[in-house]
Design a protein around this ligand. Structure first.
Ligand code: SAH
Ligand code: SF4
Length: 358
């Protein structure tokens, strides 16, 4: 089987391909010029191009489905070389900016949500990805290629500023080595130049791995999927809480190196009549005391067969207003791409069902 060229950092490529300046040229072709074949790489000697073609692939992913949402978000399903599939989502954020003469222009800001594993071992009760079980880790190149394919599909120039969130399928800290490598490959100045402080790793709270990630000093942002403020409820929703309880997560967060101007993001998935009450909001404020935190309230996104329900907008606002009144930054995540079933695992599930019917 051919090796995946995106699996290698520039330094690793320089070790493998001599003379070593070729690595920088190849990075330029792969990540800036979005080459589709090694033959196109005209500043490389012909013999080298042929060798590369023999040994490596530029296409670890095949796009098998794409759904566009009315709000401009696009959801992708990619097939890996072994037939497994993973999702990634391009989220479009419009941001008001001003021309020099003061007139308003709209600037497109992209956030790409990427997967780190096929399936997930953590098994959260509300998550569709968990239902399919765990298949395997993604390699660094399979993570990187998701973003590359989306750039190519949308014609996004390589110098466009995008944000990355590791919030697709899988638990990134359960695949820490490959995720950390992907962070480095994304941020290479000769590659995509996506700085680590524009990359956010979201975790269900593997405390020991949060400590390990912190010690790596990558400079990435951290997001914690908290979802509940007492251990009993959190354990029901997220079985991982038995191994790593809330106190251990808060301890790991306190030790995490946070960029001066940044905060740790706490995601709170709001489920109707489960965790949407003001008591929970009060406990949350206490829990976050002394932490540079920002809370993101997420509407539970229902899918067929789930017992959980989407919360009422009034309850979301009441929860948010309470946090704000106590000085805790809190946003409600817009249900971007709701019409394309944007919660993680949902497009893949639809496709698997379609496959089963055929
Ligand atoms: N495994 C990591 C990252 C992937 S999940 C984690 O759990 O943080 C990304 C986010 O999607 C998590 O916050 C998760 O709780 C949320 N999510 C899972 N199922 C969802 C659903 N049905 N509706 C809305 N958000 C969901
Ligand atoms: Fe895994 Fe995250 Fe889904 Fe939990 S919410 S099962 S950790 S992907």
């Amino acid at each position: 089987m051919k090796k995946i060229i995106q699996d290698y950092t520039k330094e690793e490529l320089a070790q493998r391909i001599k003379p070593s300046f070729r690595a920088k040229q190849i990075y330029n072709w792969v990540y800036h010029r979005h080459a589709d074949s090694f033959h196109e790489m005209e500043n490389l000697p012909k013999a080298l191009r042929a060798e590369l073609e023999e040994e490596y692939t530029l296409h670890p992913l095949k796009m098998v489905s794409r759904q566009e949402s009315r709000d401009g978000s696009v959801k992708y399903l990619f097939e890996l070389h072994d037939g497994h599939t993973v999702e990634a989502v391009l989220l479009l954020m419009k941001e008001a900016q001003y021309h020099e003469d003061g007139s308003l222009k709209h600037h497109r800001r992209y956030t790409v949500c990427i997967s780190s594993q096929v399936g997930c071992k953590v098994g959260c009760a509300f998550c569709l990805t968990a239902k399919g079980g765990f298949m395997r880790d993604l390699s660094a190149g399979e993570i990187v290629a998701q973003v590359l394919e989306i750039y190519k599909d949308r014609g996004i120039p390589s110098n466009h500023r995008v944000n990355l969130v590791y919030m697709g399928m899988g638990e990134p800290l359960d695949n820490l080595d490959n995720v950390a490598k992907a962070v480095r490959i994304f941020s290479d100045m000769d590659g995509m130049s996506i700085s680590p402080n524009r990359q956010t790793i979201s975790t269900s709270g593997l405390s020991s791995r949060i400590e390990k990630l912190g010690a790596m000093e990558l400079g990435v942002n951290l997001a914690i999927s908290l979802h509940a403020v007492d251990d009993e409820l959190r354990q029901q929703l997220m079985p991982i809480n038995k191994a790593y309880n809330i106190a251990s997560i808060m301890e790991a967060v306190r030790n995490f190196p946070v960029n001066q101007r940044k905060k740790v993001l706490f995601e709170y998935l709001v489920i109707k009549d489960v965790n949407d009450d003001l008591e929970a909001a009060k406990k949350l404020v206490k829990l976050l005391n002394g932490i540079k935190a920002k809370v993101n309230l997420i509407y539970f996104n229902p899918y067929p067969g789930t017992e959980f329900r989407r919360p009422e907008p009034e309850d979301m606002r009441r929860f948010q207003e309470y946090l704000l009144s106590k000085g805790v930054l809190c946003t409600i995540r817009e249900s971007k791409g709701l019409d394309i079933s944007a919660a993680c695992g949902q497009l893949r599930e639809q496709n698997l069902q379609k496959g089963a019917e055929q």
